[in-house]
Design a protein around this ligand. Structure first.
Ligand code: ATP
Ligand code: MG
Length: 367
């Protein structure tokens, strides 16, 4: 037998009301009973019962009028109407009101029970769907959080390594009693910069997952000069040269810090490719131009390119060929998310004659 939470029964025939109450109390924890529509409406607003069962023929307000009022308040409220006659006019009105079931007196308990069961199943289904939706929303949140943590871990790896070697060097200097104030000062400045950058990474990602984050307008020539300077100064990779060709006065309204992260990921990949292929002369060209709608960025390296089988997969999360150097395979995946989801642009990697060209197109949206 099913168990409902609450039922409201409305019937002006007191004897019938009583016997229905007895029956319904077997299948519902709470049974609210009224012998007229006014009392019933009060009970309805007070308790919001799962199912309402009501007689049609009642003094003053009849069952149809009462149902009209309730359906106006809550169109989904399940209602079963009971009538002594088969007047088609009532039935038509009941259908118009979207009444869930219609029963002709005398009431057969079995029949009533069947109708209640079928409504109960619908209610349960609806509740289940609601729960499922909540679970989906929750798990989407978890995925985003996992991505955020993965991204932070990715961006932190390099500065953490750098910090670690700075500290090791400091320790060596100390042990050999060679620790002079000048060395310490440099140590302090470098560590402080790295820590600040790591802290900014957290803020950037917090912003990235914040739907209210604001775009800002920035000049691309300044942006790329700053990004290249930052990359060269942070990593200090030997034999690396980055050339910038960018027209003056190209402006973009977008997410500056995130774009910087993308560019750094691409530079890093090119540098890795040069290292893998043992090419000493490491050169990256950055070409920036615009047309009426878009900003076009091409980042070009000459490090040997990517196998055709691999190039199809480079944007997959955790796809990496750098098992030895401990790549996570998240760099390009994250870059694609930022460019395509956040900036509504496009990013693509294509092989050129002797290297890779990363093509980025970003629409010049207004702020
Ligand atoms: N410029 C490039 N030249 C050659 N191969 C490249 C280049 N850029 C990307 N790749 C290939 O694409 C793969 C995926 O790059 P992605 O940046 O997503 O991950 P990763 O560099 O391996 O690891 P990490 O998460 O540390 O960035 C690389 O492992 C590499 O094989
Ligand atoms: Mg990478």
């Amino acid at each position: 037998m099913i168990k409902l939470d609450s039922i409201l029964i409305v019937e002006d025939d007191l004897l019938a009301l009583e016997s229905l109450e007895v029956f319904l109390s077997k299948i519902s924890k709470n049974v609210y009973a009224a012998n007229n529509a006014n009392d019933a409406l009060q009970l309805y607003y007070e308790h919001k019962p799962q199912i309402i069962i009501s007689d049609i023929n009642m003094p003053s307000i009849n069952g149809i009028e009462m149902s009209k009022q309730i359906k106006k308040d809550n169109p989904d409220q399940p209602i079963i109407l009971i009538s002594a006659n088969t007047e088609s006019e009532y039935i038509i009105q009941a259908v118009d009101l979207n009444i869930d079931a219609y029963i002709i007196k005398p009431i057969l308990v079995n029949k009533l029970y069947d109708k209640i069961v079928s409504i109960y199943e619908k209610i349960r289904l609806k509740e289940e769907i609601k729960i499922q939706q909540k679970i989906i929303i929750q798990s989407e949140k978890m995925v985003s959080m996992g991505e955020m943590i993965g991204n932070i871990a990715h961006q932190w790896r390099q500065p953490l390594n750098a910090l670690s070697s700075l500290i090791t060097n400091l320790n060596i200097k100390y042990d050999s009693e060679n620790l002079d104030p000048e060395f310490f000062k440099v140590f302090f400045t470098k560590s402080d910069n790295l820590i600040q950058k790591m802290s900014e990474t957290i803020d950037d990602f917090r912003n990235f997952f914040n739907p209210d984050k604001a775009k800002q307008e920035f000049d691309l020539k300044i942006f790329f000069s700053d990004t290249i300077d930052f990359f060269i100064n942070t990593y200090r990779f030997p034999n690396l040269k980055i050339n910038l060709i960018c027209d003056a006065d190209i402006k973009l309204v977008s997410f500056k810090n995130e774009l910087m992260q993308v560019i750094i990921n691409i530079f890093k990949n090119s540098y890795d490719a040069y290292e893998d292929n043992k090419i000493d002369d490491k050169r990256i060209d950055v070409l920036v131009s615009e047309n009426s709608d878009n900003v076009l960025i091409n980042i070009i390296d000459f490090a040997g390119g990517i196998d055709e089988e691999i190039i199809k997969r480079v944007f997959e999360p955790y796809f990496t060929t750098k098992y030895k150097s401990d790549g996570t395979g998240i760099g390009l995946y994250m870059s694609k998310m930022i460019i395509e989801n956040s900036m509504e642009g496009n990013i693509n990697l294509v092989n050129s004659e002797n290297g890779v060209v990363t093509e980025i197109i970003i629409p010049k949206l207004k702020a």
